[in-house]
Design a binder for this molecule. Structure first.
Ligand code: PLP
Length: 445
């Protein structure tokens, strides 16, 4: 037994870190569509407002990924090439008990976090970047286009494309392009071409620039540009880092590993928390447990932490809307702030999206998911506490989950309850130092 402080007995061999072996990397992805009590609403064709046919999607996605998008099979095999690449991404990722954070908060709650910051690109995004690049490669795609906010997605896809010998073109929202040069340089290091969005490369980009010369850009605008380019250029497909069903599917390696790790730790979480932008790290982390909740096997409170300024689940309407700003995508049934909503330039660039994944939206609508909103300043305060206890500087996106976890740990303290809180650390913040500088110098109100 080591005593980090009196009253905090921890067995270092048993209680601190739950690490699986390579053989525990899941062999299948888990598909929530199989267990949802009502079908996931399909995408609609905007011209007819009828369900889109898979053919409508073929202009931008390869057929193998479209099959996953519409699948209702509970499990989908992970190709061996992708499992092998997951080893390189440091899977399985550890589950860690936040002993030092508990001590700092003096809470009786037990706090655990799943470390998705350990992949070479520093976030969960590679869990889907790698399979998307792989499936495109075997379908004969030569070039992928995409959008990126803070740059994590663009970086992960650039890395995955370099792995499978494809070129990558990334539209990066101009607010991030200017404030996060190192992610852009990382993408270029992996051989990608990066454009500040809105750009002069596309018709839509040029139109937006003319109409709103001072726009900070948005993910919705960047998606429109990437799709326009994918439709127009030869052997070019588009890749999306969140929102779509197949992206949520790929991320479920997180939650399947987590279920095994919770068994090792012999705990059932009272609360599970992840931040939500488009919903992918949240889905991957929580859907395998949510399946148990649907079946009535657990009663875990599953929380989606979102920014006050882009609170699609809390403040949005549940309706069909476009996934992008220009209205080029099929309509998706989701909680949305409106496809022309331009979020304020918060530092958590990965959360600046007007909508929410149709799967996450449905689970919220059915009452299985509880959204909470967090103020930007509180998220950085939580990030500072985490950095100074656990030693990891979290991504500004991830600090939303940390802030919600700390709130619950403090509530447990007030009520003297030994709650079990598990959150997803979706990424590290080592390339987000400008954001921390703003906080440290008092510029975040
Ligand atoms: C992109 C990103 C998010 C938000 O995207 P989701 O699809 O909601 O997961 C959250 N955290 C990090 C570190 C990210 O890179």
């Amino acid at each position: 037994m080591i005593y980090i402080e009196e009253g905090f007995p921890v067995n270092m061999n048993k209680d601190i870190k739950f690490q699986l072996g390579i053989e525990d990397i899941p062999k299948k992805w888990y598909n929530i569509a199989a267990d949802s009590p009502v079908p996931i609403p399909p995408p609609h064709n905007p011209a007819t407002n009828e369900p889109a046919s898979p053919k409508d999607l073929e202009a931008i996605f390869p057929r193998n990924l479209i099959e996953q998008e519409v699948s209702v099979e509970r499990y989908i095999d992970i190709p061996e090439e992708v499992r092998e690449a997951y080893v390189m991404l440091n899977r399985p990722s550890p589950l860690v008990r936040a002993v030092r954070l508990e001590k700092m908060l003096k809470t009786p709650a037990k706090i655990y976090y799943k470390r998705e910051d350990l992949s070479p690109c520093g976030s969960h995004k590679s869990n889907t970047a790698v399979p998307q690049a792989y499936y495109n490669m075997i379908a004969g795609t030569e070039h992928l286009t995409t959008e990126t906010g803070a740059g994590q997605w663009g970086m992960s896809l650039s890395q995955a494309c370099s792995m499978f010998n494809m070129s990558c073109k990334v539209f990066m929202t101009c607010s991030s392009y200017d404030s996060k040069p190192y992610r852009r340089i990382a993408m270029e290091t992996y051989g990608a071409k990066v454009y500040s969005s809105p750009s002069n490369e596309t018709k839509y980009g040029r139109a937006i620039k003319e109409k709103y010369p001072d726009t900070p850009g948005s993910l919705g605008i960047a998606i429109s540009e990437a799709i326009e380019m994918a439709v127009q250029e030869r052997n070019t497909k588009y890749s999306l880092g969140s929102v779509l069903n197949h992206v949520m599917l790929h991320q479920t390696v997180i939650g399947q590993e987590l279920i095994k790790q919770l068994e090792m730790a012999d705990i059932v979480p009272d609360h599970m928390i992840a931040c939500v932008g488009g919903g992918s790290n949240f889905s991957g982390f929580s859907f395998p447990m949510l399946a148990k909740k649907i079946k009535g096997e657990v009663d875990t409170d599953i929380i989606a932490a979102e920014p006050v300024s882009v609170a699609s689940l809390t403040k949005g309407d549940y309706r069909y809307d476009f996934g992008d700003t220009a209205g080029m995508t099929p309509l998706l049934k989701m909680y949305t702030l409106g496809h022309d909503f331009i979020p304020s330039a918060i530092h958590a660039g990965g959360l600046r999206y007007h909508g929410m994944a149709p799967t996450v939206s449905l689970m919220k609508d059915l009452g299985y998911v509880r959204p909470v909103m967090v103020e930007q300043k509180a998220t950085f305060a939580a990030g500072m506490q985490f950095a100074n206890s656990e030693g990891i500087i979290p991504a500004p996106e991830s600090t939303h989950a940390i802030a919600a976890a700390i709130d619950l740990a403090m509530e447990a303290k007030r009520k003297n309850e030994e709650k079990v809180i598990v959150f997803n650390l979706s990424g590290h913040g080592l390339l987000d130092m400008a954001a921390y500088e703003s906080y440290l110098s008092g510029k975040i109100a």
